[in-house]
Design a protein around this ligand. Structure first.
Ligand code: PAD
Ligand code: ZN
Length: 375
């Protein structure tokens, strides 16, 4: 029984930006009040993890344990935790949530900075860490940290899901799938018969396509500079694929011409500020809605003439596809198990946790959609 004791285990530690992950032995302290210690079973690799690896998030503290798309089994709980119990029968399974979105609790989050981005401390709510390695404090990542055999999170980052949920698939519900799918069905509220343009065909963009198709869109235009992504996009519901490199005109003109005046819904799923403006320019001037899903580098800004909005366009954004973690995640897991949607098309590679650097290499080369690491 490990409850109440420090656990020594393996974790992929990122000691600084643009370095390979190092598999290290770390110590994971027991959970304090309102915290949960979890044995991770599967975790996806998301581009948001890579933004930290690349050093694009200026307020990020290193060394850090990244990963936020996870699923696992509760090992032990701190005082006052009521929503989950330790998994005696190996059946208590949890989905990990980066942030409790319906309640950006000041208990965990420093402040909202001027650009409106949630600032995270990399520490637990008492301003200490549960991770140490070689005598050094290791920071957490958006209150989750799943690239480790064991993690400790605030109870608000954990939800109990179905006992028989397939963890290697449901980890994708922890971020990528839900973010994209929800951006289409919750944030844009795509209507039957509408036209959509999706910029960027990674795990997020492809999940947007799944959402647009389920919502009944009649045209789904998939856009990427990497044509290798088109086959999968078509398989999941794209009706046309466009590579901006094949055209001399700016991409928004291409979309305008294809759609006789713009799409009803456009989605930026890259994190590129120029493409955010392209997405806005591609939307119909009076009834178009553009959703920003991609995470831009910290401190970056976009500029466009406000007249674009004056004619009636809507520009919006959202985290986690507008889903409310506590209620939505168990429901999404049940819907997955009932085959209301599939995530199999997103899961391109499966690797051992210790092969994490290979997983990021596949992402950098544009070869993977989602790599799931298993433990
Ligand atoms: P990904 O890197 O797998 O996919 C991005 C795709 O965009 C790739 O296929 C690229 O080839 C393509 N691309 C790059 N530049 C261009 C360009 N100029 N024009 C067209 N296509 C281009 O990333 P992902 O799908 O994992 O994540 C996408 C973004 O969404 C990323 O910024 C990530 O941080 C963000 C994200 N947001 C949330 C949220 O809650 N809002 C959650 C998770 C991820
Ligand atoms: Zn993510």
């Amino acid at each position: 029984d490990t409850a109440g004791k420090v656990i020594k285990c393996k974790a992929a530690v990122l000691w600084g930006p643009r370095q390979p992950f190092k598999i290290e032995e770390i110590e994971v302290a027991p959970p304090k009040a309102h915290e949960v210690r979890i044995k991770i079973v599967a975790t996806g690799i998301c581009r948001s993890d890579d933004h930290v690896l690349e050093g694009l998030m200026k307020d990020k503290k290193y060394p850090v344990i990244l990963g936020h798309e996870g699923a696992g089994i509760v090992e032990s709980i701190g005082d006052g935790v009521t929503n989950v119990k330790p998994g005696k029968s190996q059946k208590m399974r949890v989905g990990l949530q980066p942030i409790k979105h319906q309640n950006l609790s000041p208990r965990k989050i420093d402040y909202l900075n001027l650009s409106g981005i949630v600032k995270l401390t990399g520490l637990m709510s008492d301003n200490t860490s549960r991770f140490t390695c070689k005598g050094q404090v290791i920071y957490n990542h958006i209150n989750t940290s799943t690239f480790t055999e064991y993690t400790v999170v605030d109870e608000s980052s954990v939800v109990k899901i179905h006992d028989d949920a397939p963890l290697e698939k449901v980890c994708l519900i922890g971020c990528g799938f839900s973010t994209g799918y929800g951006s289409a069905v919750n944030l844009a509220k795509v209507e039957p018969g509408s036209t959509c343009a999706v910029f960027g065909l990674g795990g997020i963009g492809l999940s947007v396509i799944i959402g647009c198709k389920i919502a009944g869109a009649s045209r789904i235009i998939a856009i990427d500079v990497n044509s290798k992504k088109f086959e999968k996009a078509k398989e999941l519901g794209a009706t046309e694929c466009v590579n901006p490199k094949d055209y001399e005109n700016p991409i928004h003109e291409v979309i305008m011409n294809m759609t006789d005046g713009g799409v009803h819904y456009s989605f930026e799923c890259i994190g590129n500020t120029d493409i955010m403006v392209s997405a806005l320019l591609s939307s119909h001037l009076s009834c178009g809605t553009t959703v920003i899903v991609g995470v831009s580098p910290s401190l970056s800004t976009i500029s466009f003439t406000p007249r674009l909005l004056l004619t009636g366009r809507t520009l919006k954004g959202g985290l986690f596809g507008g889903f409310k973690s506590k209620e939505s995640v168990p429901q999404l897991v049940s819907d997955l198990m009932a085959e209301k949607f599939k995530v199999d098309g997103l899961l391109s590679h499966k690797l051992l946790f210790t092969e994490i650097n290979k997983g990021f290499e596949l992402l950098h080369k544009g070869e993977s959609i989602r790599t799931v690491l298993t433990f």
